[in-house]
Design a protein. Structure first.
Length: 285
């Protein structure tokens, strides 16, 4: 384990403990989530980067690999819908070109984008991929500069140890008018307050950061990006609630109640969404 500096203000001694959370796959270790005086919330201390691989070695961490159940049918359908939503959000800014998915998992999104006519690459250092339509980059230094029209980081930013180094490399890799699309869990999610330490998106120790709109905005500004659009990801709300709820006779009613109240709150204030999809442009330097 190592203690981490704040990724926004660089302080290493301004953290206050706010949550103690167990790894959902192994109940033996309790992890500490701390808040910096600048507002940034982080796992601290955290496992060293070189030791992270074992925390992804749980079969259930990869729901796309499991056999069929009602939940898996829902997962596949949601994944398909999510691909459509992401593609539509990208098409608003760019219709075709070169796209890199950073932290691509099994590469399913890039396989989808390839069929839409994009030139596709992925960066995936840990997970096994079924990607066969472009380059699989394993070494970050091999990412080409001034090359991509779009870079996507869907649920990967919160997993990255050297996050500023990576964002600055990605900034260099995107062409002048290109875009960066990020999806991350939102600490200000309405349903988090209900589930407390059982909230699925804490996902310790894999999630190193717990962003809200203000903290991710500060991190992006620091790395020469500006947010031009925030889109709530409604399917993630449903996913978070199903995955966080306790298994009891009341579960079904709780899911319905929480989904409806969450949707209503997101409709009133989209900064309470469960996951934020952010469209970013490079700042002019
Ligand atoms: Zn700080």
């Amino acid at each position: 384990m190592e203690s981490a500096k704040c990724i926004i203000c660089n302080s290493d001694n301004s953290f206050k403990l706010i949550h103690k959370v167990k790894d959902r796959f192994s109940s033996s270790t309790m992890y500490q989530i701390k808040k910096c005086t600048c507002g940034m919330i982080m796992l601290n201390p955290r496992p060293k980067e070189a030791n992270m691989k074992k925390y992804y070695d749980y079969e259930n961490y990869h729901p796309q690999n499991r056999t069929v159940s009602i939940f898996d049918v829902f997962f596949k359908l949601a994944q398909y819908l999510n691909n459509f939503i992401k593609n539509r959000a990208i098409n608003k800014h760019c219709n075709t070109g070169k796209i890199l998915d950073y932290g691509a998992g099994n590469g399913q999104f890039q396989n989808f984008m390839f069929k839409k006519g994009w030139s596709t690459d992925i960066y995936e250092p840990i997970l096994k991929s079924n990607f066969y339509n472009g380059e699989i980059i394993k070494d970050m230094t091999k990412i080409k500069s001034n090359y991509y029209d779009v870079v996507t980081m869907f649920h990967s930013l919160e997993h990255i140890h050297e996050v500023s180094e990576v964002l600055s490399k990605i900034n260099l890799s995107i062409k002048k008018n290109g875009i960066l699309m990020i999806a991350i869990p939102n600490y200000n999610a309405y349903e988090r307050k209900y589930f407390k330490n059982k909230w699925i998106a804490y996902d310790v120790p894999r999630h190193l950061y717990h962003f809200n709109y203000d903290s991710v905005n500060q991190l992006l500004k620091k790395n020469n990006f500006k947010i031009i659009e925030l889109k709530p990801m409604y399917l993630d709300t449903f996913y978070n609630i199903i995955m966080s709820v306790d298994k009891s006779v009341m579960s079904f009613l709780k899911i319905i109640y929480l989904t409806l109240t969450s949707f209503y709150n997101i409709y009133r204030d989209n900064k309470q969404c469960s996951s934020m999809m952010l469209v970013c442009k490079k700042n002019e330097i």
